[in-house]
Write a new protein. Sequence first.
Length: 365
Amino acid sequence: MSIFKRLYRGETNFNFVGTRRRWYLASLIIVVVCVLSFVLRGFNWGIEFKGGSQFQINAAGTSITATQAETAFSNAGVQPADAARVVGSGSTRQIVVKTQNTTPTQQASVKAKVTRELGLPSNSISVMSVSSSWGHDITVKAIEGLIIFLIVVSIYLSIRFQWRMAVGAFIALVHDLVVAAGIYSLVGFEITPSTVVGLLTILGFSLYDTVVVYDKVAENSRDILAGSRMTFSEAANLAVNQTLMRSINTTIIALLPVAGLLFVGAGVLGVGTIKDLALILFVGLASGAYSSLFLATPIVCDLTERQPAYKALAKRVAAKRASEAAKVATAEPALAGAAAAAPRRTGGPAPAPRPGARPQRARRR
């Protein structure tokens, strides 16, 4: 339990900054895997981005499977573009089938044939058609919003702290974006407008966690160049340890409801409409907490300690510690010799009084 007490008091001493090279390597490997997945696997774009028609079959109270629905659509003359999926359960159970763009006449014909083959009422199928230009417009606006967000954040951090902290936060945000998108590519979840909204949402969380750590770094490193007590990296590492419990608490509290949406809502209850948003939030929140602790602050330390003033500070700190260690090493033999030369008291008779000394009176009890 002592480790938890130290965490809550901010008294831990994990060497986040000193071991930054291993975290850089781990992050680089993850990013490379994600980029390779972009190239080799691509993304499972939703109908809103690639265009097409989406048929929703009300399968409540039936035993119709996704395979049977796909076969019915193929027999109706329309080939499903993706594998059909079942969403919801019980009275909300539906089967979603996506096809290429169809005309209203084709839709009416397909609905009639499918309902007849599956033995369903004529009004049990609804259809939605979306043009690919709509998804393109959403994507362009999302990219524009992302660029504006990153520019504003960089300006704010440069004014509030320093430009090196803006660089560290920018790299951490890009890392979170790549990791979140890479997980989507690897898992094969469908990218919908909810995914885009979630992607922009996680940037705010990641930035919040990073700014909390930066504020403590700025506090610990204030007037640090005027002394020789610790280096900038040591002050930054202390700040990360002092805010570690806050970061853990914030991340856990944020992840719990999102995990409920992802694992219970989408996994157990089968509500497929929320899994796109839940997955991007879950991955983004976890990645944001990681990048705030293991990437953003160490990057700031690397950039800061390249400056001559901070290099001189590191030399002064090292020289002072070497001088203190030499003093301790010199004092230890002297103390040991003095302790050995001191007379030891034994249980024998007391020493004889000096000539002319007054006899000591017995103390009254």
